[in-house]
Ligand binder design. Structure first.
Ligand SMILES: [Zn+2]
Length: 128
């Protein structure tokens, strides 16, 4: 089962990315909320429209920053382009394994079977 262990630093990195996404989503929601409030209030003071615009820009900027693919995801995408996703099968029980289960451990892709829990090395096959 424990052929490949996920490095502790990678787990921490994943947590930080998730936390950043959650916090980012909340901040974006708050900024958009105030942006709308200021945009509506601009009827009484046109300067508020500028504040609303700044809030919207900040919201989209943060939204872009937190939804941007983290490094580990980029690695997985590059990997999936190099091999046949349909050919990914668990060597233990033969179940089809989702490519999302692939973890890069020290540059080597490992997949964990969601059915039997078997961890195995993913052999890359060229598409052509
Ligand atoms: Zn399995």
């Amino acid at each position: 089962m424990s052929k490949g262990k996920v490095k502790f630093s990678e787990i921490i990195f994943d947590r930080i990315v998730n936390l950043k996404t959650v916090v980012g989503a909340v901040v974006v929601a708050i900024l958009l909320f105030f942006g709308i409030i200021f945009a509506l209030a601009a009827v009484y003071a046109p300067i508020r429209l500028a504040v609303a615009a700044l809030l919207f820009i900040a919201a989209f900027g943060i939204g872009y920053y937190v939804t941007k693919k983290p490094t580990t995801i980029v690695q997985r995408l590059e990997l999936s382009g190099q091999m046949k996703p349909a050919a990914l099968k668990c060597p233990n029980c033969g179940a089809a394994v989702d490519e999302k289960q692939i973890k890069i451990v020290s540059g080597v892709p490992y997949a964990t079977c969601p059915y039997c829990g078997q961890t195995f090395e993913v052999i890359e096959e060229p598409k052509w």
